[in-house]
Design a protein around this ligand. Structure first.
Ligand code: PMP
Length: 422
C-alpha cells in the first residue's frame, strides 16, 4: 500500500499538523528542512517542543515515550534534574571563554578514572571531530595517509569515514568485514604500509547493534600493530555499556579511544583519549598537532558531562540491560501474535529491530525498509519514539511500567502495520 493511501500515514498527518507546518517552513531555509539526516523521516519529522524524563512532547501536544534518547546520548533521559541543576549554576557564571576552566579538569579526571587505556584526553565538540582528530594523530605518528574501518561501521560524517558507513571504499578509506579477522588481516597485509590507523567500534551502533567478537577485536589490534598502524577504538556510543566502556568489559586496550555522546550530558561533545606518550603530541613543547576549537571543553558541557558520568553506575547499567531484555522478549511475543516477522540485534541497553526473518548485513541495506518505515510511523501514532531504522537505546529514568506501556504501544503499532500488509 502506498504512503498516500496508508491509514498509518493518514493518522500521523492528522495528529501532527503543527509539525507538518514547521516542516514546510523549515524546507524554505534548510535543504530538506533539517541539518541532521538521522533525525529525518518521511513524510516529515516531528517537531519536539520539550523533553522531560522519559518523555518527549511535540508541538501538537502529543506525548511520546522516548526509547531512543538522542541515539544513546541522553543516558539519563531529558532534563535530568542533577544535570539541569549543575548546568544552571554554570551558565549563570558564563558559558565559554578563551582561557582554562575548572570543570574540564573534573570531566577529564572522571574519564581517566573510568577508562583503563586513557591517561589523558582532548575534548572536541562532536564524535565526528573526535574521529578527525584521531585520524590526524595517527597520520602524524605514522607518516601515512589512509585508514581501515569496518564496512558499515560508523565514525561520524567526515567524508573518509562516512563513505565506509555506506559500504563504500575510497581513495583514503579501506574496508573489511566486521567480525571477520581474516579480512582485516588481508587488507593490512596488502596495504599496511599506507594505513595510519584501523578504526573499530566494539559494538556496531549505526550498523545495527552488532556485538564485536572479543577475539576479532583483539586480533585486529595485533594485526594493526604488526602493520605499524594505530588501533583506534570508537566508544562514542558504547561507553554507556560499561563503567569503563566496552574496553573495560572486554579487556581491550586500544592506542586511542574516541568518546562522545554521554560524556556531554546532553550537550555537543567529543573526545580523544590515549596514553600519555601518544598525547604528548599536543603538548606546547612538542606541538606536533595543532588542535583548537572555539567551544572545545566549554564549561557548560563539562559540568553536564561530569554529572552524566558520575550518575551512570554499574547498578544503573545493569538495570537498563534488564529492561532491554524485558522489552526484547515482549517484542518477540507481540510480533508472533501479530504474525509479523521480527529479528532483533542487541547489546546492553540497546537493540535494533528488523521486520524480517533474518538480520541483514546493515540497517542501510535492508529488505524490510518499507515495512520498517511504516512501523516507525505507527509507533509514533501510538506514542512510542524509536529510530526510523529500528534502533532503541534506553535511559536510566525508564521504568518497568514504561516498558510495559511501550509493549502495548508496539502491539497496537504492529496491529496497524499488519492490517495494511495483509
Ligand atoms: N562514532 C560513533 C560510534 C557514533 O555512534 C557516532 C554518532 N552516532 C559518531 C562517531 C559521531 O558522533 P557525532 O554525531 O557526535 O559527530
Amino acid at each position: 500500500m502506498s504512503r498516500l493511501a496508508s491509514p498509518v500515514y493518514a493518522a500521523y498527518r492528522e495528529r501532527t499538523k503543527a509539525s507538518a507546518e514547521n516542516y514546510d517552513q523549515a524546507r524554505q531555509f534548510m535543504p530538506g528542512g533539517t541539518s541532521r539526516q538521522a533525525a529525518f523521516w518521511l513524510p516529515y519529522p516531528l517537531t519536539i517542543k520539550r523533553g522531560a524524563g522519559a518523555y518527549l512532547h511535540d508541538v501538537d501536544g502529543n506525548r511520546y515515550l522516548d526509547l531512543l534518547n538522542n541515539y544513546t546520548a541522553l543516558v539519563h533521559g531529558h532534563a535530568y534534574p542533577p544535570i539541569i541543576e549543575a548546568v544552571r549554576e554554570q551558565i549563570g557564571r558564563g558559558t565559554c571563554w578563551a582561557a582554562a576552566n575548572e570543570p574540564q579538569i573534573k570531566l577529564a579526571a572522571a574519564i581517566v578514572d573510568r577508562v583503563s587505556s586513557i591517561e589523558q584526553v582532548r575534548f572536541t565538540n562532536s564524535g565526528t571531530e573526535a574521529a578527525a582528530l584521531a585520524f590526524t594523530i595517527a597520520r602524524i605518528v605514522t607518516g601515512r595517509e589512509k585508514l581501515l574501518m569496518a564496512r558499515y561501521g560508523y565514525h561520524g560524517s567526515l567524508h573518509e569515514f562516512e563513505i565506509g558507513s555506506f559500504g563504500n571504499a575510497g581513495h583514503l578509506t579501506f574496508l573489511a568485514r566486521y567480525n571477520d579477522l581474516a579480512d582485516f588481516e588481508a587488507v593490512l597485509e596488502t596495504h599496511g604500509e599506507e594505513i595510519a590507523a584501523v578504526f573499530l567500534e566494539p559494538v556496531l551502533g549505526a550498523g545495527g547493534i552488532v556485538c564485536g567478537d572479543e577475539q576479532f577485536l583483539e586480533g585486529v589490534k595485533v594485526a594493526a600493530h604488526k602493520a605499524g598502524a594505530l588501533f583506534v577504538l570508537d566508544e562514542v556510543l558504547t561507553l554507556r555499556f560499561g563503567v569503563g566502556g566496552c574496553q573495560g568489559d572486554m579487556g581491550l586496550e586500544p592506542d586511542l579511544t574516541m568518546l562522545g555522546k554521554i560524556i556531554g550530558g546532553g550537550f555537543p561533545v567529543g573526545a580523544v583519549g590515549g596514553n600519555r606518550d601518544l598525547l604528548t603530541l599536543f603538548g606546547p613543547d612538542d606541538m606536533k598537532v595543532f588542535h583548537s576549537g572555539t567551544f572545545n571543553a566549554d564549561p557548560v558541557t563539562m559540568v553536564a558531562g561530569e554529572v552524566s558520568l558520575r550518575e551512570l553506575t554499574a547498578g544503573r547499567i545493569e538495570q537498563m540491560n534488564r529492561l532491554r531484555q524485558m522489552l526484547q522478549s515482549g517484542l518477540n511475543d507481540i510480533a508472533r501474535k501479530n504474525s509479523l516477522p521480527l529479528a532483533i540485534n542487541h547489546y546492553g541497553s540497546c537493540l535494533n529491530i528488523f521486520l524480517s526473518e533474518s538480520i541483514p548485513d546493515s540497517p542501510i541495506d535492508r529488505a524490510d525498509e518499507e515495512l520498517m518505515d511504516r512501523f516507525h510511523v505507527a509507533c509514533l501514532n501510538h506514542g512510542l519514539f524509536i529510530a526510523p531504522r529500528g534502533m532503541v537505546a534506553l535511559s536510566t529514568v525508564i521504568t518497568e511500567e514504561d516498558i510495559a506501556a511501550a509493549l502495548e504501544s508496539a502491539d497496537a503499532a504492529m496491529r496497524d502495520v499488519a492490517a495494511e500488509s495483509g
